[in-house]
Design a protein around this ligand. Structure first.
Ligand SMILES: NC(=O)c1ccc[n+]([C@@H]2O[C@H](COP(=O)([O-])OP(=O)(O)OC[C@H]3O[C@@H](n4cnc5c(N)ncnc54)[C@H](O)[C@@H]3O)[C@@H](O)[C@H]2O)c1
Length: 423
């Protein structure tokens, strides 16, 4: 008999995970019930997965009032609702839950969830998807295998991409701390998770600097209008012109905006006129210098781990492309990574490209696919070794570091010390 999975939150992430379940695991997993506060989402998505009317819910309350409906649950709603919904899920009796990150920007909340999951014997997996890609697993293997000697330091950069940053962190869902989280937590808890995983030791101190440098009204060009398509005098020269990003530019149409169109209009299928109408008055058509955004557009974090390893994470909005880079040095060698290309130099010894079997299929799609494969294994009772699964315990580590970094940044970069064994 097939195992059953229900999904709360039918946006980009929820439907992507459902797509992978259907494409790769439909012989043993069935999507059972769906919940979203948007009727349109239920109407668009449920038929594709053959979920009947009686198993579609317009509120989490309704969904949970029916008790435990399936063997596992995916929660992919927006950031601020994660904790409350997950708490309800555990209290209702779900024992296997896949939760999107960030879990919460409030320490008591994410620690409370960890404790509740332990108490009720629920396995709460958080989608720190980067850890699941072969590329990062290979890096971990090389470090752990001692090929670069003792690990000394990690220098990791998240280049968000100027258009991606504008879409998500200036105009979109993650623009405002009160509505989501600081950009470091929202965008880089994955990166902090990787760094702590590589360092393999508790983080003992954190300091950070950064700010919202550019996307604010002081930087608006002369003649800027509230909406790009509303008579902006700088439209032809502004790289953030919404019409250019969402309608005209073929690169973004192909690679990024195709995926994001649903976000603009709330519809699964869009005509050009739907996009145009959304841009004329909606969030994504706004001038990037006149939004209600307050999250940092660049930030540095330095970390020291108990075993002496040091690390730097740099997050910035200002790159042409979206990609991550890392330079990991040990006493006997170094690893240099860019995108999914990895080079190993052993001092005085071998040097060259390392095969990672990580296909370059865009963003972290490979990690997403492997995360779902791991989730299905656990669901089907096959995964004996849970050491590399990113449970809420790993989340506490990355989130502690992110909150400490924010505390430091707001205090001019003064170090914040984490109790040994935490963070
Ligand atoms: N793991 C990753 O790499 C990764 C990448 C991007 C986003 N995310 C996270 O995934 C989550 C979802 O992101 P997204 O891009 O899919 O967002 P989205 O806005 O496209 O989807 C969220 C969906 O949840 C629904 N929803 C909101 N509140 C709800 C509630 N109380 N009950 C039921 N449904 C509700 C919305 O109507 C929407 O359909 C966010 O927390 C985001 O930060 C994670």
């Amino acid at each position: 008999m097939k195992k059953t999975v229900s999904v709360i939150g039918l946006g980009n992430r929820g439907t992507e995970y459902m797509g992978f379940l259907k494409a790769f695991h439909s012989s043993r997993v069935e999507i059972y019930a769906l919940c979203d506060i948007r009727q349109q989402a239920l109407d668009d998505i449920a038929p594709r997965f053959s979920v009947p009317e009686e198993r579609r819910f317009l509120s989490a309350e309704d969904f949970f009032s029916r008790g435990v409906l399936s063997d596992a649950l995916i929660i992919a709603t927006q950031d601020r609702s994660h904790c409350e919904i997950t708490k309800r899920a555990i209290q209702t009796g779900y024992k296997l839950i896949l939760l999107e990150k960030p879990v919460s920007a409030v320490k008591e909340e994410y620690e409370g969830l960890r404790d509740l999951a332990r108490e009720r014997g629920a396995l709460l997996i958080v989608c720190h998807v980067l850890r699941y890609s072969n590329y990062y697993r290979r890096i971990k293997e090389i470090i752990a295998g001692g090929e670069i000697g003792d690990l000394v330091s990690i220098n990791h950069t998240e280049n968000v991409g100027y258009f991606h940053f504008a879409h998500s962190f200036v105009r979109g869902n993650w623009r405002n701390e009160s509505g989501s989280a600081p950009s470091l937590l929202a965008k880089c808890c994955h990166d902090l998770d990787l760094i702590a995983w590589f360092a393999d030791s508790p983080c003992v101190s954190v300091s950070s600097v950064g700010s919202l440098r550019y996307f604010c009204k002081e930087n608006a060009p002369a003649g800027a209008a509230p909406f790009c398509m509303g008579g902006c005098a700088a439209k032809n020269t502004c790289p953030y012109d919404a019409e250019r990003l969402y309608i005209k530019d073929p690169f973004y149409k192909a690679k990024f905006i195709k995926y994001m169109k649903r976000t603009l209009t709330g519809k699964a299928k869009n005509r050009k006129s739907d996009i145009e109408n959304a841009l004329k008055t909606g969030d994504y058509g706004r001038c990037v210098f006149g939004c209600d955004n307050d999250v940092c557009d660049h930030q540095f974090v330095t970390m020291t781990f108990e075993n002496g390893v040091t690390a730097v994470l740099s997050m910035n909005a200002f790159s042409e492309k979206m990609f991550r880079e890392c330079h990991i040095v040990g006493t006997k060698g170094e690893l240099i990574g860019r995108g999914t290309k990895l080079t190993l130099h052993v001092f005085g010894g071998k040097t060259g490209r390392i095969g990672t079997f990580s296909p370059n299929i865009g963003g972290h799609v490979e990690g997403d696919i492997r995360l779902i494969a791991g989730f299905v294994k656990i669901l089907c009772g096959e995964a004996a070794d849970l050491t590399d699964i990113t449970t809420i315990d790993a989340t506490v580590v990355s989130h502690d570091i992110a909150l400490a970094a924010e505390e430091s940044r707001k205090n001019g970069g003064a170090p914040v010390f984490l109790a040994a064994g935490r963070g």
